[in-house]
Ligand binder design. Structure first.
Ligand SMILES: Nc1ncnc2c1ncn2[C@@H]1O[C@H](COP(=O)(O)OP(=O)(O)OP(=O)(O)O)[C@@H](O)[C@H]1O
Ligand SMILES: [Mg+2]
Length: 254
């Protein structure tokens, strides 16, 4: 074949144009944040740049106080950095005012915390429907029941959270995070208050969500079993991400 002749692939590429490469769903560039003033000033995020692709499941690890929760809050728009850019779903947080950021957060991101933050004076289904009060339209009981069904707690819908076990409370909190079917789930030590079997159930559910629905997950954890279930481990030391380890995701035995 003459050197100048192009291959079929190259000719097809010319007709199609450049193939769109997938874009990160979360991107941070040189993100910095400090607390306190003067001598009490403490730099908590020290120039963090990272990219997370759609459908990744990431474990964010590091010693207590290294800045994991702060980083998660900044990624999710619960908090703003002092400098640097945070882009989620193609939208730069810095370009959004507080109410636009709150809308983006409510619609596209679910949060799950170690302590479940359920309201005891509401029923389980009312707790799950809470995100519906902060969007357009009316909260939907049907949507909340669907979310409860996904975590296997449909038959507990009319109970109060006080009548549930720790694992059940966390599943209600997860159902609430899934109410708007978010593309991204950000979890801060979601298994920290659970015994190992209940914690395994939660991790299995996260893997299912990740594999079957392509939900992007970032999970702050101190637990090795959670790291093993993730496709990438992001390690922080003193306000910096120092390591990204891609790994084969391990499925937990049922
Ligand atoms: N609102 C705040 N005001 C002042 N300092 C804060 C605030 N939030 C966090 N910090 C400080 O920032 C540092 C990082 O806190 P962060 O909660 O992000 O750590 P972490 O890695 O999540 O720790 P842990 O594993 O214990 O949850 C800590 O030294 C903490 O005391
Ligand atoms: Mg923390």
């Amino acid at each position: 074949m003459p050197a100048s002749a192009s291959t079929t692939d190259e000719r097809c590429a010319k007709v199609r144009g450049p193939v769109d490469s997938p874009k990160p769903i979360i991107q941070l560039e040189d993100v910095r944040k400090a607390y306190g003033q003067g001598k009490a000033r403490q730099e908590v995020l020290r120039g963090i740049s990272l990219a997370i692709m759609p459908g990744e499941m990431i474990a964010l690890v590091g010693q207590s106080g290294c800045g994991k929760s702060t980083l998660l809050h900044v990624m999710g728009g619960l908090d703003r950095p002092d400098s640097g850019t945070v882009t989620v779903d193609g939208r730069a947080h810095g370009s959004l005012d507080d109410s636009a950021l709150a809308r983006l957060r409510n619609q596209r991101i679910g949060f799950v915390f170690q302590s479940f933050h359920l309201l005891d004076h509401l029923t389980v289904v009312e707790n799950v429907a809470l995100p519906g009060f902060f969007g357009k339209g009316e909260p939907s009981e049907e949507r909340a029941l669907l979310a409860l069904d996904r975590v296997g707690l449909l038959d507990h819908a009319t109970r109060r959270p006080t009548a549930l076990s720790g694992g059940q409370k966390q599943r209600v909190a997860i159902a609430r995070a899934l109410y708007h079917r978010p593309a991204i789930l950000l979890c801060d030590e979601p298994t920290g208050n659970l015994d190992s079997e209940t914690g395994n159930d939660v991790i299995r559910f996260f893997q299912k969500l990740n594999r079957e629905e392509g939900t992007t997950l970032v999970i702050v954890t101190h637990e090795e079993r959670v790291s093993r279930a993730a496709g990438r481990v992001m390690r922080m030391i003193d306000g910096q991400v120092v390591d990204h380890e891609a790994r084969q995701q391990e499925s937990l035995a049922p």
